[in-house]
Design a protein around this ligand. Structure first.
Ligand code: RAM
Length: 331
């Protein structure tokens, strides 16, 4: 073999070895949630695992803090940077506080997206909303108003006071109230921090402070269960209707016992699936997140990014006596 040929063979061999080395390990995608122990996020993780299987060569790191705070999420992010994950897909406890840590991740070549609860645009490449924010805002008020023909006092029991998603839905709800629901009187908004005990205390506090309360609207799967249990225990079924965003598997018993007439939610499995799909395609296929870009979310369809690089997955479903049994078997 001539020297030139030998050199060419060696070069080709080492190029092949380099390619193999680059793909020898699976792609590591971290699904970071507001807090662990929340059934909504466990359902999203199911979808994440499904997407990983379908895409192939992907490991999901399902992680999050025990308490839904930004400080605790920053620790999680720093540890993921140290582990050299390929992508972080995060549901944020605060839009701004996470930006420096996530910027650091992006500087190290890690793909960062937010989903469910967003990060400010400078801290992520794109954000996937579950549904249109205004639609959810209007839906949560309508869910209460539909069962209050005479109108009356309602209160909101939210997640944490810095949660991007709940705050955006509550703002949207407040905007439609005066014009579309003039008989609905929003008397208070309180925060249960997506913690069962705190949400229970806050729900009890609402009943005490507002004896004429006709509905508690909880746009959080944790808060809505706590509120419905409080109303049940206080023998207020039929007097105070609990509604909001609920996971059918956790909430069915409160539709059955009448503490709630109806609630809504999008498919959390699809949301986790879609988030992983997007993170994968940015990290591996080098898809670019830019305004106007249309990106695949696999079996769920496609999304087109708006001028803040955000998109919405699908409209929410309404669950009541007619269908909650069926959905409770899925999520
Ligand atoms: C809780 C979380 C989550 C939200 C759902 C509806 O599980 O706050 O972020 O999307 O409720």
């Amino acid at each position: 073999m001539s020297i030139l040929k030998k050199l060419m063979v060696t070069a080709a061999l080492s190029a092949a070895m380099f390619v193999n080395a680059a793909y020898a390990e699976n792609v590591k995608i971290a699904l970071v949630v507001k807090s662990l122990g929340n059934g909504f996020f466990d359902a999203a993780n199911k979808g994440a695992q499904e997407a990983a299987k379908e895409l192939g060569g992907v490991d999901i790191i399902y992680t999050g803090p025990t308490k839904a705070t930004a400080e605790a999420q920053i620790e999680v992010i720093n540890s993921l940077i140290a582990q050299k994950v390929n992508a972080i897909a995060i549901s944020a406890n605060d839009a701004d506080a996470l930006v420096p840590a996530l910027k650091k991740a992006m500087d190290r070549g890690i793909t960062v997206i937010s989903w469910d609860s967003g990060v400010a645009p400078e801290g992520r490449e794109l954000h996937l909303n579950p549904s249109d924010t205004n639609l959810i805002g209007e839906t949560i008020i309508k869910l209460a108003a539909d069962y209050l023909p005479e109108g009356g006092d309602v209160a909101i029991l939210s997640a944490s006071s810095t949660a991007t998603n709940q705050n955006a839905w509550i703002d949207a709800a407040k905007k439609v109230l005066p014009e579309k629901f003039p008989k609905i009187n929003l008397v208070a908004t309180v925060y249960g921090d997506d913690d069962s005990a705190k949400s229970t205390d806050e729900a009890k506090g609402l009943l005490k402070s507002y004896p004429n309360l006709k509905a508690i609207i909880a746009p959080t799967t944790v808060g809505v269960v706590a509120a419905a249990q409080v109303v049940t225990d206080a023998n207020l079924i039929g007097k105070v209707n609990v509604t909001g965003l609920a996971l059918p598997s956790e909430f069915k018993k409160f539709i059955d016992n009448g503490a709630s007439q109806a609630v809504a939610l999008w498919n959390p499995i699809d949301l986790g699936y879609s988030a992983v799909y997007l993170a994968h395609d940015l990290a591996v296929k080098k898809e670019e997140a830019k305004p106007g870009a249309t990106l695949s979310i696999g079996r769920v369809g496609k999304v087109t990014l708006d001028d803040t690089n955000s998109a919405a997955m699908a409209p929410p479903y309404k669950f009541d006596k007619s269908n909650i049994e069926e959905f409770s078997k899925i999520y």
